[in-house]
Design a protein around this ligand. Sequence first.
Ligand code: PMP
Length: 391
Amino acid sequence: MTENLFDKKLQKIKADGLYRQMKYLLSPQGSHVRIVGEDILMLSSNSYLGLCFDERLRKAAHAALEQYGTGSGGSRLTTGSYDIHKRLEEEIAAFKGTEAALVFGTGYMANVGIISAVASKSWVIFSDRLNHASIIDGCRLSGAEIAVYAHCDPADLERKISQFPGRPGLIVTDGLFSVDGDIAPLPSLVEIARRHKLLLMVDDAHATGVLGKNGGGTTEHFGLDEGIDIAMGTLSKALASEGGFVAGSHSLIDYLANTARSFIFSTALSPATIAVSLAALDIIRKEPAARVTLCEHSLWFREELRTMGFDVADYPTPIISIVLGRPDVAVDFSKRLMENRIFVSAIRPPTVPAGTSRLRINIMATHTKGELTRGLEAIGDVGRALGVITS
Ligand code: PMP
């Protein structure tokens, strides 16, 4: 019975060119990975600073394992809170310049839990059209009315707000957009939120540790000290750990600890994972050079792609999208790169809107210029073979 039902659904997914399969890594997530015995250049990792095999992080995990053991044994409000959970939350609050912070099991859980706890049926949520799926799911779960505004478009946001006079509301946006790699116009959003007495929430999953002088994210990138009511981020990308966080006022954090269901009803992250996040935060604050290299390499890589004829924007960020349109073209491009031992993911709907399937390249601070040049040459060769570029 289920075989028939799901086989049919799978056939449709395959016919639409949207079938996805996992590739299993046999080595740490670094600028190179091993897959079925092959050495592959990784150009699609969210581990932007290349810290997943960093000795200091591994040592922190080992020490926490020896001190606290493996699982945390319960949810945070029952038996799973440890002193290092508290320490991490204090460190995150200091890092983001807020009164308090709260850590969730994943970034996805943070977004779903925060938004559904903050907004309710009488509210309106103003959400950027290209926000991450976890934001979209949080909005839906809240039961609030959802007004989607055009991507990074303050004028359209104003128009949408004017349609809901006097309603309590929340503006929510990715800080650094996870697939397009552009940065939300935060100064305008702060001004609009203030003027209309709306809350503003920013998801800095990809900007944390990447943008801003101290790695504080898009808020620091724009030099904004205040105006973000709900600062969300993840520990799973540049920090090479796991988990999501929210930083804000004491009362917001206390409220979320009491109401966010994905926080309340889920086991706390293991102490070893928390120890890794603490060690990574320390590295991020003390080692700005990696961020400078990451930004320089990203800008250079984008420029080289443009010189070859690819249509690529010049954002100062390590997420580089080459939009190809059809899903089968994106998959073919990615497959051919893998034949050249280069890992670049094809991103298709529902991750991106229909008609904008693409390659998503992520630069890491640990990539050498030589490795990036090899990647560029292969992307150029495949691009020419598929007629994406002509020169
Ligand atoms: N927000 C954004 C913008 C993301 O890109 C992601 C993950 N890709 C998440 C939230 C979810 O974070 P996590 O992977 O830690 O669940």
